[in-house]
Design a protein around this ligand. Structure first.
Ligand SMILES: [Zn+2]
Length: 725
């Protein structure tokens, strides 16, 4: 789920807003205006001009760490100059001299930041870290200088009002509406006094967010489970015990320490055979941020929820979620809530069935107690082992990385879209692990470059993601240069890279994002490729995951690396069956967290300050998700996504995208599956279109219907019969 680049972008954004609020740098646009000449930046800098390499690929053989900072500063100065010229233009505003001029502006900053983001995410060093810190507030100030420029907004509004009489094409109209909306959402329409008020609320929000993150970090650290009694840890593996001993050593305490992870359930809970330890560890997690004192988050989140509502009111919305969802596919909190409400009966019915099975197992073992949340994973793990156990050592020899890539990921894309791949050894890379492929279209024309950087390194962020070194735009005459990054274990020199099915799925997932970027065929860069809302961006990637287990594709890549023999069918069947295990619990805990997020962020501006525990209990009751054995995946008091990571009113998006991708795959199955005709239609109507049309219309036009939840429930092995729709 966290396989998206968005996570990384959010973190950078957060650093930016924190630094600005802290007044780390008193930067006004005035400091930068007219400062086009930046010391140390000239034709000798590899970012000075567009790269001469094919597809304007980054000249990594020429780029040195010292080149980034002068290029970024010159890029900011250039962009601000361009924006000032557009805003101050004495000529009447036109679509060309305002919108097209804006889309053309900032080429240098885009060129350098696309590469800088890629390298700092996957191959950082202390020098680059320093540049990141120094430049983050300057980049944030650049954004403010654009969206709070009153003269620029006047021009944008004027054209927005005239738009229907301008005889523009649909994509240009979308550009106008989209840009106008971004200005309005940022507060451009407010009076000066309201703007000042908004700025105050934004500052308080950023400060409270930072405070929440710091309190939570400290609270989670303090709440770790500590013991001097090895017996209490019975059931843990040698490796887990060694890690617990190491954690104790790191903290300079005796015995063993189990540090807490972000989620409610903790990984050790599936192995700990001592029930008292399970309960203690679970309760440490559940109450981590509610012990009173300086690391208790209750007051912080109560005020944050109130602030969210006040901010929404100032901006003219009935609640925070209504403001946040305007530019999303769901558009309104009502739509998101309706979607989630419809999933609840099937999810909770399945979870209750799973609870019964677990209770039966407890009784059969003469446990003599009733199932509690701290028991769930311990017993479900026993069920999983008995029914679905996948022996990784047995499976991995069938998943050799290059075979998965070329005979699986590339093969599926070729069957569906006709594209083909050729390794390029001549293009420079930022690390020897990176591979480059040139992608050609079905008619043989060059389409894109695709880089993959799959192996774990100490200087790489965790997880996996996709992004672009160069984005597609007809206006700018650029073709896509896309990359995928992951963290697979690197084999010893000369050994094959044998990966898990989870890693296989990650490859298909990230390649789905890559296809969205490579098939982009739009005029304007700001509407291109993956520049789509959060509740749509994971759809193409999750959709592409489905091909990993399509029988024709699976048979084509899952072959023993030594003998070339296909995977035995009973092993393949086990992989498929395991996908529906424990899904009642998993969907219910996700829904409970997503509903909590939405309930907090639909509070009315005049609602009194809430007590988080009371509010949470009532919210779960109201949404029929108050199951004693299935707690929310994150509790309000440690829900980092919504109070710390700018994901407020956005947690539903994971599930929303799942609805879209399962429904889309069902459409493929109903229309003949893996065929060029299906692929081409999907590419033409969805994958190539970026954000050039209302996304719910784009999706419904392609599907021929509104998206529904039945395929999603089926994919999780739940009973659609329990759904009223
Ligand atoms: Zn993703």
């Amino acid at each position: 789920m966290d396989r998206t680049q968005l996570g990384k972008m959010r973190i950078i954004f957060l650093q930016i807003s924190t630094l600005i609020t802290a007044g780390a740098l008193a930067l006004t646009p005035g400091n930068l205006l007219g400062q086009s000449a930046v010391a140390g930046f000239g034709p000798g800098n590899p970012f000075f001009a567009p790269s001469a390499l094919p597809f304007q690929a980054p000249p990594f053989d020429k780029i040195k760490d010292a080149d980034y900072q002068p290029a970024i500063e010159a890029g900011i100065a250039q962009k601000l100059d361009e924006v000032r010229i557009i805003a101050d233009n004495p000529a009447e505003p036109t679509f060309e001299n305002t919108f097209i001029a804006m889309e053309q502006s900032g080429r240098l900053i885009d060129r350098v930041m696309n590469v800088f983001n890629g390298v700092t995410g996957a191959n950082i060093d202390p020098a680059l870290e320093k540049v990141q810190e120094t430049e983050a507030p300057k980049l944030a100030a650049m954004q403010d200088a654009i969206y709070l420029n009153a003269k620029l907004f006047q021009r944008v509004s004027k054209i927005y009002e005239q738009r229907s009489s301008l005889h523009l094409d649909a994509e240009s109209l979308r550009l106008i509406e989209n840009e106008y909306q971004q200005f309005v959402l940022a507060g451009a329409r407010l009076s000066d006094s309201d703007k000042a008020q908004l700025k105050k609320l934004n500052e308080e929000e950023a400060n409270l967010s930072t405070a929440f993150i710091q309190k939570l970090l400290a609270a989670a650290k303090d709440a770790a489970y500590v013991t001097h009694d090895k017996q209490a840890l019975a059931g843990l593996s040698e490796a887990q015990l060694a890690a617990a001993a190491q954690s104790a050593k790191d903290r300079k305490v005796d015995g063993w320490v189990l540090p807490l992870q972000n989620t409610t359930q903790q990984p050790e809970l599936q192995s700990l055979s001592n029930r008292a330890t399970r309960q203690a560890l679970f309760e440490a997690s559940w109450t981590r941020a509610e012990h009173g004192g300086k690391n208790d988050t209750s007051d912080t989140i109560a005020r944050l929820a109130e602030l969210h509502a006040q901010k929404a009111k100032l901006l003219g919305y009935s609640n925070y979620a209504a403001w946040k969802l305007v530019d999303q596919m769901a558009k309104t909190p009502t739509a998101a809530l309706k979607f989630m409400d419809a999933l609840v009966p099937a999810a909770t019915a399945k979870a209750q069935g799973e609870a019964k099975d677990i209770q039966a197992l407890i009784d059969a073992q003469q446990g003599g107690f009733s199932l509690e949340p701290w028991d769930w994973n311990f017993y479900s793990e026993q069920v999983r082992k008995a029914k679905y156990d996948l022996d990784e050592a047995q499976i991995k020899p069938y998943f050799e990385l290059n075979s998965v890539l070329e005979n699986g990921v590339f093969y599926a894309a070729h069957q569906l879209y006709g594209i083909s791949f050729k390794r390029r050894m001549d293009l420079p890379v930022y690390n020897p692990d990176v591979q480059v492929y040139e992608v050609s279209d079905a008619d043989g024309k060059p389409l894109a470059l695709w880089y993959c950087d799959y192996f774990k390194r100490d200087n790489k962020n965790g997880g996996a993601w996709m992004d672009a070194f160069v984005s597609q735009s007809k206006l700018r005459g650029t073709q896509p240069v896309i990359y995928n990054v992951a963290n697979f274990a690197k084999p010893m020199a000369g050994e094959p890279a044998l990966i898990s099915f989870d890693d296989v799925t990650t490859m298909f997932h990230e390649f789905g994002h890559a296809l969205h970027g490579m098939f982009a065929n739009t005029v304007y860069p700001s509407l291109s490729g993956t520049s789509v809302p959060r509740d749509f961006v994971e759809f193409p990637s999750q959709f592409n995951e489905h091909w990993a287990s399509n029988p024709a594709v699976f048979a084509h890549y899952a072959k023993h690396y030594k003998t070339g023999a296909p995977m035995p069918s009973e092993l393949a069947a086990k992989i498929k069956k395991a996908a529906t295990f424990n899904q009642g619990y998993m969907l219910t805990e996700l829904l409970a967290a997503a509903e909590l997020d939405m309930q907090w962020n639909t509070l009315a501006p005049d609602a009194p300050l809430q007590n988080p525990d009371t509010f949470e209990a009532a919210a779960l009751q109201k949404t029929h998700l108050s199951l004693s054995t299935v707690p929310p995946r994150y509790r309000s008091s440690y829900f980092l996504h919504i109070w710390g990571n700018d994901y407020a009113a956005g947690y539903y998006a994971y599930l929303w995208c799942e609805m879209l991708d399962d429904d889309a795959f069902q459409w493929f199955e109903d229309h003949g599956g893996l065929t060029r005709a299906n692929g081409n239609r999907f590419r033409r109507m969805v994958l190539s279109r970026g954000n050039t049309e209302d996304l719910d219309k784009m999706y419904a036009n392609w599907l021929g219907a509104e998206p529904g939840i039945k395929p999603m429930l089926k994919a999780r092995g739940l009973e659609p019969e329990a759904v009223s729709k």
